[in-house]
Design a protein around this ligand. Structure first.
Ligand code: C2E
Ligand code: MG
Ligand code: MG
Ligand code: MG
Length: 294
């Protein structure tokens, strides 16, 4: 970014760069008004017990319902939201909406009484001095018990301000909230920190799962992560499962749970409600969904 080059440093803009800058500025302006106008929606992806086929958790994934662009995916706006700090407000909305929705489902659907919702966090949220206060407010406003809430962090978020993060995670644990380490294996993987943080679940990154069948090295990494989780007394979820072959292989390696297009792509609230109405069994009761048809 030109800004980071500092004063007295000239940057020559080409017409393309100018256009890019303008559209980035427009995106930032749109994102600010999206917060005010509440243009975000949540999508939900099931996390399945590979042995029983039951739905155990649901990962909550945000989308932006843009007035002209339609549904915008997180990869297109989360980085900008993080850079501008807007993620703190967006994240609060996501957390509130997720907890309220799950609380409503607990009262509405018998199949939702033990369900957990898993919400992604950005580093800016974890570092927000009011974060725990926000969590307390959300839990009390929604009436949700913390044990039904899971928060997903990444390795890189924990690498700085270690003592502070240990304290924050401990405060979450005091509220019975559980923690998943997302995209595990892609970060620094300095394993010693796994002992120091109160973590509950490792989520094996989808890149290893998708290469696991064709690349023995990736199968070995998956195997290692599963044993590591066992040693650390954590549970493990495989991300990005797209084929039945992957399911069978993961079961053979002792992986407990998984999520991916094989079971279902992230779906709308209406779709999720149809499934909850039908009961907790996911895999047996229905054919895997093809992501292209949802
Ligand atoms: P993530 O937390 O690792 O979420 C999993 C992503 O993988 C989701 O993409 C999901 O749609 C996609 N996925 C699931 N199954 C499969 C599969 O079988 N194959 C493939 N190729 N992909 C699969 P999505 O929804 O686009 O989200 C992307 C990322 O954006 C998330 O990665 C997460 O890091 C971030 N994100 C999403 N929602 C939020 C949020 O509310 N707050 C924050 N801070 N970040 C979020
Ligand atoms: Mg995640
Ligand atoms: Mg992930
Ligand atoms: Mg990811």
């Amino acid at each position: 970014r030109a800004k980071s080059l500092g004063k007295g440093c000239f940057v020559v803009f080409s017409p393309e760069m100018h256009a890019q800058t303008l559209s980035l500025l427009k995106l930032e302006r749109d994102l600010r008004s999206a917060v005010d106008r509440q243009e975000f929606v949540l999508y939900y992806q099931p996390i399945i017990d590979l042995q029983s086929g039951d739905l155990t958790d649901v990962e909550v994934l945000v989308r932006w319902q843009h007035p002209d662009r339609g549904l915008v995916m997180p990869s297109e706006f989360i980085p900008l939201a993080e850079e501008t700090g807007l993620i703190v407000e967006i994240g609060q909305w996501v957390l509130q909406e997720a907890c309220q929705t799950l609380r409503d489902y607990q009262q509405q659907f018998a199949s939702a009484t033990e369900l957990k919702f898993s919400v992604n966090l950005s580093s800016e949220q974890l570092q927000d001095p009011n974060f725990i206060q926000t969590v307390d407010r959300v839990l009390s406003q929604s009436g949700l018990d913390g044990r039904y809430l899971k928060l997903e962090l990444t390795e890189s978020m924990l690498m700085s301000h270690e003592e502070k993060h240990i304290k924050t995670l401990q405060q979450l644990r005091d509220r019975s909230i559980t923690i998943s380490l997302d995209d595990f294996g892609t970060g620094y993987s300095s394993l010693s920190y796994l002992y120091r943080f109160p973590l509950d679940t490792l989520k094996i990154d989808q890149s290893f799962v998708s290469r696991m069948i064709s690349e023995p090295k990736d199968a070995e990494i998956v195997n290692t992560i599963i044993s590591l989780a066992r040693t650390l007394n954590m549970d493990v979820i495989a991300e990005g499962i797209e084929t039945e072959e992957e399911v069978l292989h993961l079961k053979k390696l002792g992986c407990e749970r998984g999520q991916g297009y094989w079971f279902s792509p992230p779906m709308s609230q209406e779709k999720l409600e149809e499934h909850l109405q039908a009961g907790p069994q996911w895999f047996v009761q229905q054919q895997p969904m093809n992501p292209n048809f949802s």
